[in-house]
Design a protein around this ligand. Structure first.
Ligand code: PEP
Ligand code: MN
Length: 377
């Protein structure tokens, strides 16, 4: 069960003390308080964990200070919406706000390779008004003979260059707990010129110890990529490990699922799940057309299939896009076959703008017709 406290009521209030007092009759029920800070308001949630079936919900609902009492219907209690319109407050990290209404493009190479390429990428992003990037220092590769990423040694110059070009957040994959510490240490040493969104790759989508590790720090948000062979339900439960360990600043990323049916794409595009994840959870949702499609094939209409996949995500309300681009894709050390040139990236940004506008128009048209229907009744 979750109690949402009224605005301005928090765990230090008398109202909360009374609720706590009442709950003492149920000694097996653990009480956990979460204070969330959104853009416009703070929300205090009281999570009741354990055998809550015999707690009368009406009593709690009518207690002073309680805005809403909700019986939790899914196991992903912290990230879930639980059928009721819980306010998905989102979070702000390093000056960038993420919620189910915002939209950000995180573009860049698959892997950090040379300082020249990285600098050219940050410069390109800055010239296009973007403050968010992607690039991996630690790469989980299918073959042990492929480039595994530069590791911690590239972090000082990557962070310095990011700061030079005003990049506020870099999505960067971590493969083990030590990588979180290395990123944290190098950010501190460099004087925090940028921020890092810790990425959990699809291959680690059920690495519960790693999920707990990114969850038990709150310095950096987490980009959780859906497991390529997991059901949505399994991935949401895995994601809950992050939240239940203490970090609710999570973005859920759809990146296609592995299936023979995906051919000739690398993965089967699952972006129809954008509104599903927004309905089931309070998390902002990201789409990754690069790893979904996996090539730069064009449709007969002249548009790349990566663009078409991206459109499918944006037009249904994605809040973030992770996309690979590189100054010289043919020379990239990783995933060059699906990396856009800067020229192509410019075209994609224009296409994204069209799709985002279309999404906003769709929402507006729909809400207008709903209001009209209501006034007729
Ligand atoms: C990536 O985004 O760099 C990546 C490896 O993606 P995924 O984990 O989705 O394969
Ligand atoms: Mn890649």
């Amino acid at each position: 069960m979750i109690l949402i406290l009224q605005p301005n009521i928090d765990s230090s209030s008398q109202e909360f003390q009374r609720i706590r007092e009442y709950l003492r009759q149920f000694p097996d029920v653990k009480v956990k308080v979460l204070e969330l800070q959104g853009e416009t308001r703070g929300v205090s949630e009281v999570h009741l964990i354990g055998p809550t079936h015999n707690i009368p919900i009406e009593v709690l609902q009518s207690m002073p200070g309680v805005e809403m009492a909700i019986r939790v219907s899914t196991k992903y209690r912290q990230i879930g919406r639980h059928d009721i319109h819980l306010v998905p407050v989102g979070f702000t990290y390093n000056g960038v706000h993420f919620d189910q209404d915002s939209f950000h493009v995180f573009a860049g190479p698959c892997a950090v390779d040379t300082p020249e390429y990285v600098e050219a990428t940050f410069k390109f992003l800055k010239e296009h008004g973007l403050v968010t990037a992607r690039m991996g220092a630690y790469k989980p590769r299918t073959s042990p003979y492929d480039f595994q990423g530069h590791g911690a040694k590239c972090l000082p110059w990557v962070f310095e260059l990011a700061g030079k070009y005003g990049i506020k957040v870099i999505a960067m994959e971590v493969l083990k707990e030590q990588h979180i510490d290395e990123i944290q240490e190098e950010l501190e040493k460099a004087g925090r010129p940028t921020g890092v969104m810790l990425q959990i790759g699809t291959r680690n989508a059920q690495n519960f110890e790693l999920l707990k590790a990114v969850g038990s720090q709150t310095d950096h948000p987490v980009l959780y990529k859906r497991g390529m062979g997991l059901t949505l339900e399994e991935s949401l439960n895995a994601c809950e490990y992050i939240a239940s360990a203490g970090n609710r600043n999570i973005v859920f990323c759809l990146r296609g699922v592995k299936s023979q049916m995906a051919a000739p794409h690398r993965n089967l595009v699952d972006f129809a799940h954008v509104p599903v994840v927004k309905r089931l959870t309070r998390l902002p949702v990201c789409v990754d057309p690069s790893h979904s499609v996996g090539s730069k094939a064009h449709g007969p209409d002249g548009l790349m299939e990566i663009f078409h996949a991206s459109a499918q995500g944006v037009v249904v309300g994605a809040n973030m896009m992770l996309v690979e681009c590189h100054p010289e894709p043919e020379a990239a050390w990783c995933d060059g076959q699906q990396s856009l040139t800067f020229k192509e990236m410019e075209q994609l940004l224009a296409d994204i703008a069209v799709m985002r506008e279309a999404y906003e128009k769709r929402v507006e048209t729909f809400s207008r017709s709903m209001v009209e229907d209501m006034t007729k009744e």
